[in-house]
Design a protein around this ligand. Structure first.
Ligand SMILES: [Zn+2]
Length: 92
Protein backbone atom coordinates (compact mmCIF):
# COMPACT_ATOMS: atom_id res chain seq x y z
CA UNK A 1 0.00 0.00 0.00
CA UNK A 2 1.19 3.50 -0.81
CA UNK A 3 0.48 6.82 0.87
CA UNK A 4 -3.01 8.03 -0.14
CA UNK A 5 -1.80 11.64 -0.06
CA UNK A 6 1.47 11.60 -1.98
CA UNK A 7 1.85 8.05 -3.30
CA UNK A 8 5.14 7.33 -1.53
CA UNK A 9 5.88 3.97 0.06
CA UNK A 10 4.51 3.42 3.55
CA UNK A 11 6.67 1.81 6.21
CA UNK A 12 5.49 0.05 9.34
CA UNK A 13 6.23 1.90 12.55
CA UNK A 14 5.17 2.31 16.15
CA UNK A 15 3.49 5.68 16.11
CA UNK A 16 2.18 8.15 18.69
CA UNK A 17 -1.44 9.26 18.33
CA UNK A 18 -3.07 12.09 20.27
CA UNK A 19 -6.68 11.68 21.37
CA UNK A 20 -8.85 13.66 23.78
CA UNK A 21 -10.10 11.41 26.58
CA UNK A 22 -12.32 12.79 29.35
CA UNK A 23 -11.39 16.31 28.21
CA UNK A 24 -7.65 15.70 28.47
CA UNK A 25 -5.03 15.14 25.78
CA UNK A 26 -3.74 11.58 25.90
CA UNK A 27 -0.84 10.39 23.77
CA UNK A 28 -1.17 6.77 22.77
CA UNK A 29 2.37 5.49 22.26
CA UNK A 30 3.62 2.33 20.54
CA UNK A 31 0.57 2.18 18.30
CA UNK A 32 1.23 -0.12 15.35
CA UNK A 33 0.73 1.88 12.17
CA UNK A 34 2.30 2.88 8.90
CA UNK A 35 4.16 6.09 8.18
CA UNK A 36 4.77 7.71 4.80
CA UNK A 37 8.43 7.43 3.84
CA UNK A 38 8.32 10.95 2.40
CA UNK A 39 9.47 13.15 5.30
CA UNK A 40 7.71 16.17 3.81
CA UNK A 41 4.42 14.30 4.00
CA UNK A 42 4.74 12.11 7.09
CA UNK A 43 1.16 10.89 6.87
CA UNK A 44 0.28 8.28 9.49
CA UNK A 45 -2.05 5.45 8.55
CA UNK A 46 -3.80 3.40 11.22
CA UNK A 47 -5.55 0.16 10.41
CA UNK A 48 -9.26 -0.14 11.18
CA UNK A 49 -8.71 -2.82 13.81
CA UNK A 50 -6.26 -0.57 15.67
CA UNK A 51 -8.62 2.41 15.52
CA UNK A 52 -11.38 0.18 16.87
CA UNK A 53 -9.19 -1.06 19.72
CA UNK A 54 -8.25 2.52 20.60
CA UNK A 55 -11.93 3.54 20.66
CA UNK A 56 -12.65 0.61 22.95
CA UNK A 57 -10.03 1.83 25.42
CA UNK A 58 -11.30 5.42 25.23
CA UNK A 59 -14.91 4.33 25.76
CA UNK A 60 -13.88 2.19 28.72
CA UNK A 61 -12.01 5.14 30.21
CA UNK A 62 -15.14 7.30 29.82
CA UNK A 63 -17.48 4.69 31.30
CA UNK A 64 -15.31 3.92 34.31
CA UNK A 65 -14.04 7.52 34.68
CA UNK A 66 -10.46 6.39 34.27
CA UNK A 67 -7.66 8.91 34.01
CA UNK A 68 -5.31 7.57 31.33
CA UNK A 69 -2.63 10.07 32.32
CA UNK A 70 -0.72 11.88 29.58
CA UNK A 71 0.52 8.79 27.81
CA UNK A 72 -0.99 5.38 27.29
CA UNK A 73 1.27 2.58 26.14
CA UNK A 74 -0.82 0.82 23.50
CA UNK A 75 1.43 -2.24 23.56
CA UNK A 76 0.42 -2.75 27.19
CA UNK A 77 -3.34 -2.38 26.75
CA UNK A 78 -3.79 -5.89 28.16
CA UNK A 79 -2.42 -4.64 31.49
CA UNK A 80 -5.01 -1.89 31.35
CA UNK A 81 -7.88 -4.35 31.02
CA UNK A 82 -6.42 -6.60 33.70
CA UNK A 83 -6.18 -3.74 36.19
CA UNK A 84 -9.35 -1.78 35.49
CA UNK A 85 -10.46 -1.62 39.12
CA UNK A 86 -7.13 -0.06 40.00
CA UNK A 87 -7.75 2.76 37.53
CA UNK A 88 -11.51 3.24 37.96
CA UNK A 89 -12.73 6.57 39.27
CA UNK A 90 -9.36 8.29 38.92
CA UNK A 91 -10.68 11.28 36.96
CA UNK A 92 -11.72 14.34 38.91
ZN1 LIG B 1 2.77 10.67 1.86
Amino acid sequence: MNCPLCGSVLKEAAVTVKRVVNGKDVYFINVPGEVCSNDLCGQIILHGSIVKEMKKIINKAREDKIDLNKTFDFSRSEDFYNNLEQYAGTTN
